[in-house]
Ligand binder design. Structure first.
Ligand code: ZN
Length: 311
């Protein structure tokens, strides 16, 4: 807990836990990142030794943090009533399944902790400081080695029985993509099985970026992501859809996705004219949506703790 005087701006710790790296940062309530470090994800003990060592050194330099935001890859138990709340569930990452992620961080920091999926956090970060500032709700989708999605609605993330698994919806096959089996370990040809970076590489032997602009991979990818957007419009109806992740490096993909989304909507579920141009967009915070989202989780956790009368 921050031991500085009352006039000192509060500091917050942000952790974006990923399968290949942990992004760790200290920031303030204006969304400024004051220190940041990327730590490779190896075994649990080494990774957390490095993460906590980083925060120990950074707090000695900048001052203590008031709360922590932990945004993680999943699947996660987000049900605060559950005995396993805060646990990383059936991840294929060796040694990480059934890990009490939130408990580990809570034990180290002993401050309020905000906890959510990486993509819900990214949606919160974009809603507060990025390309969602002018709308009340948004969906954030990442298309990388897998496909995940989160939602921010009036400044809060959407958590139901569990978190969204929008990457695993089933899409209609593109006519030029009837032979490929798909790569999802659970469903084969779900959206992630057909349109993730892993799927593109398995099918074409290259990443999307490495294929020429007139290669059919682009048309197929735009169609599948257009179907995803149409499904999002038909279910949650967010005011905007942001798509980030390694597969989305070329901006030319966005207009193509918008066109396919409109095709699949078939004239139903009209999108207001003012929102049409940027309805499906790249994130405003670039690669920082997730870590800034973790910062929002920390700020929200501190606010809840203060309102509860503990402060
Ligand atoms: Zn799947």
């Amino acid at each position: 807990v921050n031991s500085a005087g009352p006039s000192t701006p509060l500091l917050f710790a942000a952790i974006e836990a990923g399968g290949t790296k942990f992004v760790c940062a200290v920031g303030n309530s204006a969304g400024e990142i004051l220190a940041e470090e990327r730590i490779p994800t190896t075994d649990v003990a080494t990774t957390f030794e490095n993460v906590f060592g980083y925060f120990h050194a950074t707090q000695a330099r900048l001052g203590g943090v008031s709360s922590v935001g932990l945004a993680s890859f999943g699947p996660l138990d987000l049900d605060s009533e559950s005995e396993r709340y805060g646990t990383l569930l059936k991840t294929p990452k060796a040694g990480w399944a059934d890990l009490d992620l939130r408990g580990l961080v809570a034990h180290e920091f002993r401050t309020p902790i905000g906890f959510d999926t990486d993509v819900n956090a990214a949606a919160l970060g974009e809603a507060r400081w990025g390309k969602g500032r002018d709308v009340a709700s948004l969906a954030y989708v990442t298309v990388g080695t897998g496909i995940g999605g989160g939602f921010a609605i009036n400044g809060l993330s959407l958590q139901g029985m569990t978190h969204s698994e929008i990457g695993h919806i089933h899409v209609r096959r593109h006519p030029k993509d009837e032979a490929f089996e798909g790569v999802c370990a659970f469903h084969g040809d779900c959206l992630e099985g057909l349109a993730s970076g892993t799927a593109i590489r398995a099918r074409f032997g290259h990443s999307l970026d490495e294929l020429p602009a007139d290669h059919q991979a682009w048309e197929i990818e735009a169609d599948y992501l257009g179907q995803l957007c149409a499904q999002l419009v038909a279910t949650v109806a967010p005011h905007r859809i942001l798509i980030g992740g390694g597969v989305m490096s070329r901006l030319s993909l966005f207009p193509a996705i918008r066109l396919r989304m409109l095709h699949w909507l078939g004239g139903y579920c009209q999108i207001p004219r003012v929102h049409q141009e940027d309805y499906v967009s790249a994130p405003g915070l670039g690669t920082h949506s997730g870590i800034k989202g973790a910062l929002v989780l920390a700020i929200q956790a501190r606010a809840i703790w203060t309102r509860a009368g503990a402060g």
